[in-house]
Write a protein that binds this ligand. Structure first.
Ligand SMILES: [Zn+2]
Length: 142
């Protein structure tokens, strides 16, 4: 999560909301990193999780990220939750909850919807205060 927080700081420097993500391989090795690049790239899908998932798949040469863990500073939105299910990651770890748009336990729980054929394990609240403080500082400074 510390690595994801560092990634998020890169987003803020480019004027993007500071959200950072990392993907760990089955053995815990760092596969990929990503941060929110919507403003930097003009791409509405360039959320930290999507960027990191794409890089992890490129690194592995496969779309299926079985056994992998995605760590992100903010609870995934519906788009990212859908991508996490599609990627077959084993585990999703996030820091701050997103009561307004979270899709991993707050507003929705897409990743653990029993109607879907893949449900990653979810661990939340990791370094939650640090993750929340980074977002709060960004919006306060704007
Ligand atoms: Zn998202």
């Amino acid at each position: 999560m510390r690595h994801a927080l560092d990634e998020a700081a890169h987003a803020a420097r480019a004027g993007d909301v500071p959200v950072g993500a990392v993907v760990l391989g089955p053995g815990g090795d760092l596969l990929a990193t990503g941060h929110n690049e919507r403003e930097a790239t003009g791409d509405p899908t360039a959320h930290a999780e999507i960027v990191a998932l794409r890089r992890a798949s490129a690194a592995l040469g496969a779309w299926r990220l079985a056994g992998c863990t995605l760590v992100v500073t903010l609870e995934p939105c519906t788009m990212c939750a859908g991508a996490l299910v599609q990627s077959r990651v084993a585990r999703v770890v996030y820091g701050a909850r997103d009561e307004k748009a979270g899709a991993a336990g707050s507003l929705w729980d897409v990743v653990r919807d029993r109607r879907l054929n893949h449900r990653p394990e979810v661990i939340h609240g990791v370094l939650e205060e640090d993750c929340s403080a980074q977002l709060t500082a960004f919006f306060r400074d704007r």
